[in-house]
Design a protein around this ligand. Structure first.
Ligand code: SF4
Length: 58
């Protein structure tokens, strides 16, 4: 699932991953959509954002 970077925050998401390409000041995410994995997580520690892209790639 390829996400598009918007020029405004996705209001449904709070994110603290400041080195992500989609991160926006104020703990916002400006991806139009995100994907969360994994399928068989048993608690929140076992989930993460698969849409994450390191800033260095861009
Ligand atoms: S894509 Fe994922 S990791 Fe990156 S800012 Fe959005 S929610 Fe955070």
């Amino acid at each position: 699932m390829k996400a598009k970077k918007m020029d405004y925050p996705n209001s449904g998401i709070k994110c603290e991953v400041q080195n992500c390409h989609f991160y926006m000041h104020g703990d916002h995410c400006c991806a139009d959509k995100i994907e969360v994995q994994s399928k068989f997580a048993t608690d929140s520690q076992e989930t993460d954002c698969a849409t994450f892209l390191p800033q260095a790639q861009w």
